[in-house]
Design a binder for this molecule. Structure first.
Ligand code: G3H
Ligand code: 13P
Ligand code: ZN
Length: 308
């Protein structure tokens, strides 16, 4: 069934593991992710961005997720990623999503509180949970680019007021991760000290980590080997993600690793089969690569296998 993240996060917090939140844009991505979760009996969050809704038309994604529910029998949460307004959140809540993010992180503090509170009131009346955000990640989301200079870490002194005034169910924080495939110029570093302060102020409160792809070198190399050009791509090392998963971080967002797995596999396929032109021929190994990659995340990074 479609579920909220309430029980998932309670168990993940206590159990010292995290749930994977994977971005979905089409059938093969949804199938690859859900097949891995099914085989490993893992709880799952499928998340849809505004860009994904524009790309696929919301009804197609919702129906594909319904099909995955029927096919797998898993508890799955359908979540809006980076909701930009009350209206987008409302449209997803009315359309059957069980969780929404309202991302007011670019707004002045009081405005972020106001819009988040409004979404929470609408959502909670309908049994839907809400993720808010404090602090700004660098990188690209929905074609909006945030430069490293405009990014900023979460200020722990703001989190209590934000959580209590808005009533949000979980909080995304900025501790040095960023969106996309180019996360660090030098040595990767995360501000675990900020996470610890937030946890002291909000004990037991589920924290969300965005921009958490590890930008798996195997797929970057495959892309570069078969005609791509992504020099310097670098993600969050998996040992840091493992550390986060054991902490108050209950949700780890992964999109770039799905994109890289799919693109690398298709590039390799095209290079090796220049005469093939049936989309099923190259989408099949791409879907399989997503499945294997997600299985690796579930078992080796998140630790949520057999927790469904
Ligand atoms: O936050 C960014 C996610 O990777 C979604 O990306 O907005 O291009 O769909 P998108
Ligand atoms: P990545 O770009 O690291 O996959 O982050 C995805 C994300 O945060 C979606 O909200
Ligand atoms: Zn994000």
């Amino acid at each position: 069934p479609l579920v909220t993240t309430k029980e998932m996060f309670e168990k993940a917090y206590k159990g010292g593991y995290a749930i994977g939140a994977f971005n979905v844009n089409n059938m093969e991505i949804i199938q690859g992710i859900t097949e891995a979760a099914k085989e490993l009996n893992a709880p799952l969050i499928l998340q849809v961005s505004k860009g994904a809704r524009n790309y696929a038309n919301p009804i197609y994604l919702t129906k594909l997720v319904e099909a995955a529910l029927e096919d797998t029998g898993l508890p799955i949460c359908l979540h809006l990623d980076h909701g930009d307004s009350f209206e987008t959140c409302k449209s997803c809540i009315d359309g059957g999503f069980t969780s929404v993010m309202i991302d007011g992180s670019h707004l002045p503090f009081e405005e972020n509180i106001a819009v988040t509170k409004r979404v929470v009131e609408y959502a909670h009346d309908r049994g839907v949970v809400v993720e808010g955000e404090l602090g700004r990640l660098a990188g690209v989301e929905d074609e909006i680019k945030v430069s490293a200079e405009d990014s900023s870490y979460t200020r722990p002194e703001e989190v209590y007021e934000f959580a209590s005034k808005t009533g949000v169910d979980s909080l995304a924080i900025a501790i040095g991760t960023s969106h996309g495939a180019f996360k660090f110029k030098g040595e990767p570093k995360l501000r675990f000290d900020i996470l610890e302060k937030v946890t002291e102020i909000l004990p037991g409160f589920p924290i969300v980590l965005h921009g958490a792809s590890s930008v798996i070198p195997e797929f970057v190399d495959m892309i570069n080997k078969y005609g791509g050009n992504m020099p310097g791509a670098q993600g969050v090392p998996e040992n840091l993600l493992r550390q986060a998963a054991k902490s108050a971080v209950c949700k780890i967002n992964i999109d770039s690793d799905l994109r890289l797995a799919m693109t690398g596999t298709i590039r390799k396929y095209f290079a090796e089969h220049p005469d093939h032109f049936d989309p099923r021929q190259y989408l099949k190994p791409a879907r399989e690569a997503i499945k294997q990659m997600v299985a690796h995340k579930i078992v080796d990074v998140l630790g949520c296998d057999n927790k469904a």
